[in-house]
Design a protein around this ligand. Structure first.
Ligand code: NAI
Length: 270
């Protein structure tokens, strides 16, 4: 159901790779809610993914940008403002990648060059997106910037490896930049801590199916789906959350408040 929550708003959506991507679902919902936006992804993902299909469906364009490149991000904001006809009201950061996870390195045998890459791609890129926006004065007053996180920022999930550090940094950037941008232009900056979700990034973590089933069993409402995550993003982009900022919002069916659930007790009872 659509509520016109983003009518007249202009946005930038990163990270849609294929129809499983959380960003893909956000784009579809943002269109339903009346927004206009541009799509972006790393040049390599544009060759492999299906983002052009999504652009057609949403009647928009794809602007290639490696999120670690300040120059690419400057171009992204400038082109987006040109194409959409004004400053930006919402930005989705939906970007994560760890070469150490991808190449199966143990946590006690990390490659530090790759660790730096993990942090640059998955966390520092969020600061870059905010700093470039501020310097170009590309965001409207009261705009909303959202990044996607995971509870491994607070608790240990061994297979999540150096992505746990990246998510802790991502959430910290939301607090630090949220203070600055809120004071300067009433811009909101938040992270959504999402349940395990079957996407390319998600299923790239070894043992994903176990993460997924365990979280589902522990959550009174069950795991939150990608579509439900998109709904949460829309609410944060909308004017209904004008005073929500510098928060990490758990969107996880209750998982983060649980100790143990009856389902897990039953499963482990001999
Ligand atoms: P996905 O694989 O569909 O999206 C990740 C995106 O990051 C891809 O589109 C990829 O091309 C993009 N990306 C990688 N390197 C980039 C770069 N240098 N520049 C620009 N873009 C780059 O997977 P998903 O799950 O939709 O991931 C989106 C976000 O949600 C990530 O931050 C992820 O960590 C987060 N998240 C995912 C969960 C899951 O279980 N799938 C759970 C909680 C958070």
């Amino acid at each position: 159901m659509a509520y016109n929550l983003l009518k007249g708003k202009r946005g930038i959506i990163t990270g849609a790779l294929d129809e499983n991507s959380i960003a893909w679902k956000v784009a579809v919902r943002a269109k339903e809610e009346g927004a206009t936006f541009t799509l972006t992804n790393a040049p390599v993902a544009l060759r492999m993914g299906k983002i052009k299909e999504l652009a057609q469906q949403c009647n928009t364009e794809v602007i290639p940008a490696d999120a670690t490149s300040v120059e690419d991000l400057e171009n992204l904001y400038k082109r987006s403002m040109e194409l959409l006809g004004g400053k930006i009201d919402f930005v989705l950061h939906s970007i994560g990648m760890s070469p150490n996870v991808r190449k199966g390195r143990e946590y006690g045998d990390l490659n530090y060059e790759w660790f730096m890459k993990t942090l640059d791609i998955s966390a520092m890129s969020f600061h870059k997106m905010l700093q470039v926006a501020e310097k170009l004065d590309a965001l409207n007053e009261g705009a909303s910037v959202v990044a996607l996180s995971y509870i491994a920022a607070q608790r240990t999930f061994p297979d999540y490896s150096d992505m746990a550090q990246a998510k802790a940094m991502l959430e910290s950037i939301a607090r630090s930049y949220g203070e600055r941008y809120g004071r300067l232009k009433k811009v909101r900056v938040n992270t959504i801590s999402q349940s395990p979700t079957r996407t390319t990034a998600g299923t790239g973590i070894s043992g994903f199916d176990v993460f997924y089933d365990y979280a589902d069993m522990m959550s009174p409402l069950g795991n939150a789906t990608a579509e439900e995550c998109a709904d949460m993003c829309i609410v944060l982009f909308s004017d209904l959350t004008r005073k929500v900022t510098m928060q990490n919002i758990y969107h996880d069916g209750g998982f983060s408040s649980m100790g143990i659930s009856p389902q897990v007790v039953e499963k482990l009872s001999k």
